[in-house]
Design a protein around this ligand. Structure first.
Ligand SMILES: CC(C)(COP(=O)(O)OP(=O)(O)OC[C@H]1O[C@@H](n2cnc3c(N)ncnc32)[C@H](O)[C@@H]1OP(=O)(O)O)[C@@H](O)C(=O)NCCC(=O)NCCS
Length: 191
């Protein structure tokens, strides 16, 4: 797994409808629109952004984590309008064990049009073919079928239920664990 490549060659990724670029402090207004939407945060591990200052704090952390090489987040931009409509990225980047964990969120008005599956396939391909990740993980609440359906469409395998792994809005919930190995990616239909 080539961490130098991962953290320096992230620009220029695109798909038919989308392009990806680093998420920065300048995205605060657009990002706040999705992060403050209760529909988006119903099942997320992170709480809803109540004020624009929450988004500023989050985006500052994103940049710090990028510098520390702990995580990387792309902003997802719609080519047709130039608007930032979501984010996709990896956290828990682990060079020793050559693995990382995928996460994503999309503004609710764009749900159900295949955008995150499209974005995810491009990022998965980048990670396995260019960066050399060995194992890519993804997790979500068991009450979030939209999210785990995306994991399935990316070719990830359900590995089990992490019992009461998260406390979301005051309730402990089970989390579904998915992962994809380099060998799984080699068999993926979309590669
Ligand atoms: C999860 C999320 C990223 C999906 O984005 P999206 O662009 O709408 O996803 P796609 O359109 O690529 O695919 C969604 C798939 O889930 C399915 N789906 C969506 N909601 C569903 C539901 N309630 N029950 C069953 N399937 C559902 C869709 O039908 C589609 O599958 P299909 O193509 O086989 O029909 C988006 O809903 C979101 O941002 N949610 C809030 C944030 C979040 O939960 N992030 C993940 C945290 S782990």
């Amino acid at each position: 797994m080539d961490l130098d490549y991962l953290f320096t060659r992230t620009s220029g990724l695109e798909t038919d409808r989308l392009f990806f670029r680093a998420l920065t402090a300048e995205d605060a207004d657009d990002y706040f629109l999705l992060a403050s939407d209760p529909k988006v945060t119903t099942h997320t591990i992170w709480p809803r952004h109540e004020r624009l200052s929450d988004t500023h704090t989050y985006l500052k952390r994103v940049e710090e984590q990028n510098v520390l090489r702990h995580s990387y987040h792309w902003g997802i931009v719609l080519k047709s309008s130039g608007r930032l409509i979501g984010r996709i990225g990896i956290i828990n980047v682990d060079g020793d064990h050559e693995k990382a964990e995928l996460g994503y969120a999309l503004a609710s008005e764009f749900w159900g049009q295949g955008f995150i599956t499209e974005a995810g396939r491009r990022v998965v391909s980048f990670l396995f073919t260019e960066v050399g990740v060995h194992r890519l993980e993804a997790r979500c609440s068991e009450h979030n079928p939209g999210s785990y359906r995306v994991m399935e469409k990316l070719g990830m395998t359900f590995e089990g239920l992490l019992r009461e792994q998260l406390r979301i809005q005051g309730y402990f919930v089970n989390q579904r664990m998915y992962a994809m190995l380099q060998s799984d990616y080699n068999n993926a239909s979309y590669r």
